[in-house]
Ligand binder design. Structure first.
Ligand code: CP
Length: 324
């Protein structure tokens, strides 16, 4: 594959290869010498038209750990404000030598357009487009839950068959929910989406998952519960139910977490709205994997860059570069 646009494009074997590669890279990164020479001489551009903390920084860290040169582009403060198009912006960046373009855009489909238009030759990686997809988020979520549920070897070579994963929140606006439904179901997990009926998109009944409006009923049957933020910025001022009602019905607090099986984990892709979808007590508990997910993001994004730009096999035994 040349691009990573959607989690739905990944087969079970593609996904397991990426997760296994990320495991190998995470183990190499744990050693004192952290930098690999794999992408020396290659240039990776992060092209962000929407704000980001985790995704942009972890892609930058991942590319640098593989010895790539990194150019960070933010639409804010650029010539996009003067009306420059996506095509002209991308071609300008490729003229500076980009081998891969990691794009976040508010418009669903923008990364697909960039990958298929013929405007540029670089590999395109979707870092989140509108309400559509965020495939590396789903991969790092799968990596985290596989590690937590399948044991200390990180579940190498294995998928998530039979694991029950609940995703709760604003499904309507969530590219994380869509990507996770696609990837987790491909990996054999049983996925249940939970939220108020007003925050489900038309057509969700046809997705490869169950739908529930009752979080309390689903919690005792979950191996992992992923809490999603209500995306007020995509609602144009309207929100139903109220924040207070939402937190009462769908927020995860200590009492609700106690309804989960003892082995079950709480996940959150970030950014969190503490007090809304998750209380501080839950967010800061050892059962919450939010910080582990951020760490996993670097290894998973290294794996994606490695497989798209650098090689086709897991990097076991690769000699680290000399520089620390
Ligand atoms: N989870 C996630 O995509 O976070 P950022 O918006 O901070 O990148």
């Amino acid at each position: 594959k040349r691009h990573l646009i959607s989690a739905a494009d990944l087969t079970r074997d593609d996904a397991v290869l990426i997760l296994d590669t990320a495991e190998e890279l995470a183990r190499l990164s744990d050693r004192p010498i952290k930098k690999l020479p794999t992408l020396r001489g290659r240039t990776v551009v992060t092209l962000f038209f929407e704000d980001s903390t985790r995704t942009r920084i972890s892609f930058e860290a991942a590319a640098k750990r593989l010895s790539a040169d990194v150019i960070n582009f933010s639409a804010k403060g650029s010539s996009v404000s003067k009306g420059e198009s996506l095509k002209d912006t991308a071609q300008t960046l490729e003229a500076m030598g980009a081998d891969a373009v990691i794009i976040r855009h508010g418009a669903s489909g923008a990364p697909y357009r960039l990958a298929t238009s013929g405007w540029i030759d670089a590999a395109v990686i979707n870092a989140g487009d509108g309400t559509h997809q965020h495939p590396t988020q789903a991969l790092l979520d799968a990596f985290t839950v596989r590690r937590r549920l399948l044991g200390p070897d990180g579940g190498l070579g294995r998928d998530l068959s039979g694991r029950r994963i609940t995703i709760t929140g604003d499904i309507l606006h969530s590219r994380v929910a869509r990507s996770n439904v696609d990837l987790l179901s491909t990996l054999g997990a049983e996925v249940t989406l939970v939220g108020p009926p007003t925050l489900f998109p038309v057509g969700a009944e046809g997705w490869p998952c169950e739908i529930s409006y009752d979080l309390d009923a689903v919690l005792p049957k979950s191996d992992a519960v992923m809490m999603l933020r209500v995306q007020r910025e995509r609602m144009g001022g309207a929100f139903f139910p109220t924040e207070r009602e939402y937190a009462r019905r769908y927020g995860l607090d200590g009492a609700r977490m106690a309804r989960m099986p003892a082995h079950a984990v709480v996940m959150h892709p970030g950014p969190m709205n503490r007090g809304m979808e998750i209380t501080a007590e839950v967010a800061d508990s050892p059962r919450c994997t939010a910080v582990e997910q951020v760490t996993a993001g670097v290894s998973v994004r290294m794996a994606v860059l490695y497989l798209l730009l650098g090689g086709a096999q897991p990097p076991a035994g690769q000699t680290p570069a000399a520089e620390p």
